[in-house]
Design a protein around this ligand. Sequence first.
Ligand SMILES: Nc1ncnc2c1ncn2[C@@H]1O[C@H](COP(=O)(O)OP(=O)(O)OP(=O)(O)O)[C@@H](O)[C@H]1O
Length: 794
Amino acid sequence: FQANAEADSEELVDPPKVEEKIGAVPNGLSTDSDVAKREAESISKRSLRSNTEKFEFQAEVSRLMDIIINSLYSNKDIFLRELISNASDALDKIRFLSLTDKEILGEGDSTKLEILIKLDKEKKILSIRDRGIGMTKEDLIKNLGTIAKSGTSAFVEKMQTSGDLNLIGQFGVGFYSVYLVADYVEVISKHNDDKQYVWESKADGAFAISEDTWNEPLGRGTEIRLHLREEAGEYLEENKLRELVKKYSEFINFPINMWASKEVDVEVPADEDESSDEEESSSESSSSEEETEEEDTEKGEDEEKKPKTKKVKETTYEWELLNDVKAIWLRNPKEVTDEEYTKFYHSLAKDFSDEKPLAWSHFTAEGDVEFKAVLFVPPKAPHDLYESYYNSNISNLKLYVRRVFISDEFDELLPKYLSFLKGLIDSDTLPLNVSREMLQQHASLKTIKKKLIRKALDMIRRIADEDPDESTDKDKKDEKSVDDDEKRGQYTKFWNEFGKSIKLGIVEDATNRNRLAKLLRFESTKSDGKLTSLDQYISRMKPGQKDIFYLTGTSKEQLEKSPFLERLKKKNFEVIFFTDPVDEYLMQYLMDYEDKKFQNVSKEGLKLGKDGKDKELKESFKDLTKWWKKALSSDNVDDVKISNRLDNTPCVVVTSKFGWSANMERIMQSQTLSDASKQAYMRGKRVLEINPRHPIIKELRERVVNNPEDESVTQTAQLVYQTALFESGFSLNDPKDFTSRIYDSVRSSLNISPEAAVEEEDDTEEIEAESDKKETTSAEGDANDDNADVRDEL
Ligand SMILES: Nc1ncnc2c1ncn2[C@@H]1O[C@H](COP(=O)(O)OP(=O)(O)OP(=O)(O)O)[C@@H](O)[C@H]1O
């Protein structure tokens, strides 16, 4: 279609020759005469114009289009919901602008905010038109040629490997799905600020834009014309489109009208000759004719004789409304079915998998601020939920004011940690005719946000309450009912998808910290491989136990073997395992729950009830602890104390209550940009805790008492300390020093003299061998003798 494109843009590429284009195989499709015909048609049409510019698609777009065109994805229907959703977005935009500028809508048909679908069976064209905001030439180039989002390459990669075209809508590149069903697409668009343009592409890596001087003026808005592929003929069937709109676009808040055929009875004059003619020529239509001629016996003679008529079925066309525009959120929740909520969720979230949302909440808030809202917990977290958590402003709530869509970019409605929820709110309190910026400042938003958070957290708690697996009541757990079966395991599912968000909520939202803490789940020494809650933990606490015990680390398997658990396990205390890096942050904010304090069992201050022998033990190990503290003074160790947490291990290194744990130190060290000075500052003071019942410790005490100056005791004590440091989860500053000590210890256990040196490598042998080689070639016998001599010498 670029036969005579004029090169007046930098982005222009050479116009391809007409001969090459006609009949070319469009992207691997079969060359059918239709395509060739259409192309020839469009080329001749375009020969009239001299204003066409040709552009190349951004590389990712081209790749994406290739994937779509060659896709074996069976659900090709999705293109229609994408186009309707784009049309609806464009209508939302113009309606929003019209709130402050009435003129913008223009007059006549332009004021009708609607979507129109037309079919042309003969030319195999499906067109979808909206009276939305439209696109300027610049918009067309930018919106339908590039994807400016970050992560585009990764997305295209994922599309290629997964083949899951549902991702298209979620990533926001829905338009390109037109190439699932069309091989040539025209986008005609008129924006108030520009002339009418045509964008067109055959998905061959390029698109063209021309000022539209031949189509009917749109007034305002966009018309997408899909020249359907041979095998996509079903999208020219009215019933198919009725079914698709019902299925996918039921919740679009603008009327969707289709130019639909209708069989109607019309009365036509029944001229005798004519009617007999027709009967002869068309047996089909004759069957639908009905003579309506009546014997008019009652009429007077002087009355005019009525002409004879007959009824004929005729096909007429008229606009047929395909959707019901009554907003679901305005209906009484009792009257909305689960199926309707699920469909509504799918349409809001642009998620067309079959999965049901995990929960929803539909409510009306009354009082100072009035609004209606529907919130959903999606069945799955998007792949990039936490990728740029602190930098992105994603909000998945749509804001309406008195039924008018205002924005889906209001991040004031929900806190970041709840940004995974989908839904909408419609407020009667917010003003309609102010700018978005003014609205953002509106005092009511705070109240709305507060209420939304409460409702959202209630909704999440309900998933747990209704999940039989969550019940502590054994009977309820095993009880079986259909309803229960659906709810079983739902909270674990929620937790696996969105648990991190709840944890981030605890960090960020002090007001709702306790509510959020109720939603926490974790594994523990008693959870038996399942998830458990703080309430369940508390119900299992031992009489007299004051604190909630927990331990942080990289995995449950690693933590289960930790020396910090030895006595706790023996005494049957439950300890929570926190293995997600975010848990370290979480526990800096979660100080208590239900009046119980949290105690990290690898930190100072662990109390396991009264131990009468404390003082005595302290006294009897005084010599060792004092001596050892002094010996470790250069190792950043603050104190050496008797431990109450050990059983089989001689000693561990614990950190001070408010400093970092060993696990946190590890996390911080692994962060590329972490600040070394902050690290030194936050690093917890270390305390070496010794197990007074352990034979190694007892022996060390003996030796220290006997001879505090004994160098070998100092060496052994240092090795024991380093081993404890290692086992307690710290990384060693000087691993070489540690390993040398280990080897020394191995030497002594193998009775190898400390003086025994490592055998020197003798390189004379190599030199000799080299010269041997040379000599062997000349005099083999001699060389062998020489070698024997060297060996003898050695
Ligand atoms: N009918 C239309 N009227 C006006 N602009 C449109 C229309 N269709 C598409 N656009 C523009 O083209 C852009 C790209 O559309 P595409 O469907 O690929 O992604 P998107 O609509 O941005 O993403 P999402 O599907 O998540 O809304 C849109 O953002 C919009 O600016």
